[in-house]
Design a protein. Sequence first.
Lengths: 190, 357
Amino acid sequence: MFPKEKQNHDSFGASVLGRGLWKNIFKKETAPDEIITTLRQVPLFEGMTNSELNSFSAILHRRRFRQKETVFRTGDPGAGMYILERGSVAIYTRNVEHKREELARLGPGEFFGELALVDESPRSATAVALERSYLLGLFSPDLRGLIDRQPRLGNKFLFQLASLIGQRLKHTNAELQNIRSNADPSKMIT
Amino acid sequence: MNRSGFTINLDQGKLQAVLLLMVVLLAVGAAFILSGAVGSVITLIMCSFLLTLVLQPVVTFIEQRGLDLLRSATIIIVGLFLLSLLFTFFVSPILSREIQELSIINDASSGGVAQRFQRGLGIKIPIIGSELIQSRLEITVTDFWAKSISALVVGLSSFASMTIIMVITFCGIKDGSRIRKEFLSLVPNRYFEMTVMLLHKISHRAGRYVRNELPFALLVGTLAVTALYFLDVRFYLLLGILAGFANMIPFLGSFTGALPAIFVVVTEGNWPGGAIVVMVAFAAIQMVKNLLITLFRFSRTEDLEPLTTIIVVLIGGQLMGFPGALAAAPVAIMAKIAVSELIGAFRSYRIFGPPVV
């Protein structure tokens, strides 16, 4: 009926300063398990230890978005990236005919907006939550603070980010090559 | 205005300006009320806040060496505690004695501030002869002095106050980012990214201002204490420390730092010789400081225009005496950044505009 009391090995603290005061001042912040589980799915955090993931978790902001709520809009100053913990998000842009065009639909464990971590140029697309979603926000000021405090961990993350951006660039180049090779030269604008 | 109805279409920029002005006026009004009610508590919190800003790079430096935040903050606070013990045992008794003796200058039975000043000068200053001017001068100087002395007594000469400041600073260093994160969790999604960037810029600029000014304040304070000691000026320690802190006030600092020392010298009857020597000493200290600034500082933070700075410093001094004047510039910088970033962010994020997609 009642949960068993946890055995407290900190007898010195308990006897001298009181259990509550000692634990409150000197407690270590640990991330909820679901955040660690989500981060493990993200390639940017591949190969990181629990301690390193805890460091990132401390600077992540957990946000809840309603269905059809905008995460960010095209033209907004870029502040950081988002990782989907739960729910789904669609990325839209406007095509040359000013019609809304869906670029991607993202699910749990996926991320978007990562370029904003390295520059503050305006967002190039709009992100909208398709259902009630929980996102983890990682913003450039917090990342820079982490890089200052833990340079090794910060560099590890930046290398993985650079590698990911490089992969996407290669993929985009391959797609462009494909489009060009399949395109009707008479319809190409030069 | 639409004559067919009662719709008033305000220009977006003007609406934003009106809203921001209302927020600023409310904040100033609240500050006036709070400064009277909980002035000493605000002083302690302000000292802790400034100390946290100053110590943040030290914490980062220690964390870079591999220690976690808790241990880094503990090391710094233990160091500060030892310094405060030294201060309490060696400096605080002298400071407390000087503060007590100095407060006697404000004693009405001694003839009032203005009259003592006149007697010290040895000449009759016509405008001070007027009873109305005399009483206003008496009230203004006594009020400013009382607030400053009260704040100094609370902040510097009490071991309990220093302990409170250290505890708040420890919590600020250890939990500052968590408190900020919890505050941000309350911000609606629409304003969230804007608020993140705003808070970052405010703390970055305010911290940079305080860290840039503090080394020179320490230098000026040390030189002032030394100079006043060798010139055999009474209350040399208190006046030197005041001069050091006053140096952190932009534009007016070098002038206001010398004023208390000159005032004390004149009221002690050492006019004109003593006062002139003190003025020359402070001028020499400022020359040394400016020389070092030219040598070591390659860029200044010019976040506030001179006129704005003078006005906010006067407001700060009126609210909370010397500590208010000291904190006025960093607070004004933060307010200026907040206002300019909010206006920019409202435009960039199109808060009042139609959504793009």
